[in-house]
Design a protein around this ligand. Structure first.
Ligand code: NAD
Length: 480
């Protein structure tokens, strides 16, 4: 069976303590490779390599760093089919989705930040007659990047790219649930001419490898994307060491549909915003609120489309949905469907596992699930499920739907469907979330601030926000 390796100081290597964990293929429910379960000694080696590389990488200049990063982008692009197949196999997502979204976005992340850093500028503040302040923005040093399993290479590169572009050296850990494309990235890095030690990729569980990264005293900043509980633990652990933190956490996003919306556009986008990537996108709109005059019409049309959605093995070209990422996650999602029933909900579509032919009969397939009849403040409507489960709830007024939309501890994203421009702006201002889409979903401009408020996170990624996060500002005053 294939054994993956860590990528430290420009070389692939085994974990110091020789410990490995199984890597599962969600489509078949079988183990297909093993990955290092790295620990503090591996992190120590990665930090030593990063420390050695930092003076040269940080003083190389943005343009030269950008050239190397563009080669990484091109390297992924050249092998895009191999990357897409690896991502789909590791995660269970439809191959089409990995081809259309995950891998192109990883290519763009490196390219975007390679060029962005050349346009990045620091501030200056003139004091008339007195002097001038200017802000120096220096790389932080060695930073840790920890990412989740839902958009594996997409989110991994979203952190690594701005960290590298600004001159930092990186110790990065992908999710142990989906390590494969990060492993392949090591090969691309090797070929790109990036100096050894600048980017080190460690594999392993959160509680061992991740924890060792968070606790290492020479790692000065942590950029983390994952669950809110993990984020809370990381914040608690890193705070006494005064580490800079960027936390992108869970969501429970509202999708608010007014009667005056473009119904057809709303319907097909809502299908995607509910179930794309098996509903395992932090931005999925899992709470659908529909204005009462179109509630019945929406329910009928939506349930029909959901019933028709093809759930199949990831490389079936007809698959709109693939397998959930793991057995444990499937069980968690199913437990929420049971909870919803106990809380008085009615399952209108789905709610059952999918019978698949060999060799997929043990894969983690679940029908997309629509539930109605729940109170907005019940657990099903308050806790993050992170799977193909949505609830639908009618509403009568803007005030009422705002109370329901803002009622969860989360505040990541929201979607609004209306053709009333004034209402759209009014609602966008009042919704408690870091991102609002009006008559759209998941349209991304990499320059915009990305992240959540409340329990959905601290800080923002994207564009200048990311470049600012990965640099330390120093004000210098010069007297006239
Ligand atoms: P998770 O928190 O279990 O794991 C995320 C990463 O953190 C993994 O690499 C894991 O190994 C590591 N980790 C776990 N425990 C750790 C510890 N004690 N110390 C250091 N690292 C540790 O999350 P997940 O299940 O992989 O991902 C799903 C979650 O991610 C969902 O809550 C989802 O909403 C969230 N998410 C958020 C965004 C966003 O941008 N806000 C994007 C994608 C996913």
């Amino acid at each position: 069976m294939e054994k993956l390796q860590n990528f430290i100081n420009g070389f692939f290597c085994d974990p110091v303590e020789g410990k490995y964990i199984d890597n599962w293929e969600p489509a078949t429910g079988t183990v297909y490779s093993q990955i290092p379960n790295s620990g503090p000694k591996d992190v120590e080696n990665a930090v030593a390599a990063a420390h050695e590389a930092f003076p040269m990488w940080s003083s190389m200049g943005a343009q030269k760093r950008g050239e190397i990063m563009r080669r990484i982008s091109e390297g992924i692009e050249r092998r895009r089919e191999e990357f897409a197949m690896a991502e789909s196999r590791d995660n269970g997502k439809p191959l089409q989705l990995a081809r259309a979204v995950d891998i192109p976005r990883a290519v763009s992340n490196f390219h975007f930040f390679a060029t962005a850093v050349e346009h990045f500028a620091a501030e200056s503040h003139h004091m008339e007659g007195t002097g001038i302040n200017y802000t120096l923005r220096k790389p932080i040093g060695i930073v840790g990047c920890i990412s989740p399993w839902n958009l594996p290479l997409y989110l991994f590169s979203w952190k690594i790219a701005p960290a590298l572009a600004t001159g930092n050296c990186v110790v990065a850990k992908p999710s142990e649930v989906t390590p494969y494309t990060a492993y392949l990235l090591g090969e691309v890095i090797k070929e790109s001419g990036m100096p050894p030690g600048v980017l080190n990729i460690l594999h392993g569980e959160g509680g061992t490898a991740g924890d060792a990264i968070v606790k290492h005293p020479q790692i000065k900043a942590i950029s983390f994307t994952g669950g809110t509980n993990t984020g809370e633990y990381i914040a608690r652990t890193a705070a006494p060491m005064f580490k800079k933190l960027s936390l992108e956490l869970g969501g429970k996003n509202p999708n608010i549909i007014f009667a005056d919306c473009d119904f057809d556009d709303m319907l097909s986008t809502t299908l995607r915003s509910s179930f794309a990537n098996q509903g395992q996108i932090c931005l999925c709109g899992s709470r659908i609120f529909v204005e009462r005059p179109i509630y019945e019409k929406f329910r009928e049309a939506f349930v029909k489309r959901v019933d028709e959605t093809v759930v199949s093995y990831p490389d079936d070209p007809h698959a709109k949905m693939g397998a959930l990422v793991s057995k444990a996650h499937l069980e968690k999602v199913c437990s929420y469907i049971e909870l919803a029933k106990e809380e008085g909900g009615t399952v209108l579509s789905g709610g059952v596992r999918v019978e698949m032919p060999e060799p997929y009969q043990n894969g983690y397939y679940l029908r997309p699930t629509v539930i109605e009849g729940l109170r907005y403040d019940c657990r099903t409507n308050q806790e993050e499920i992170f799977g193909p489960v949505v609830t639908i709830t009618p509403f009568d007024t803007e005030e009422e739907v705002l109370i329901m939309a803002n009622s969860t501890p989360y505040g990541l994203s929201a979607t609004l469907w209306t053709s009333d421009l004034k209402r759209a702006h009014r609602m966008a201002e009042k919704i408690e979330s870091g991102i609002v889409w009006i008559n759209a979903w998941l349209v991304r401009d990499l320059r915009t601030p990305f992240g959540g408020m409340k329990a959905s996170g601290v800080g923002r990624e994207g564009g200048w926000e990311a470049l600012r996060f990965f640099t330390e500002p120093k004000n210098v005053f010069v007297k006239y």
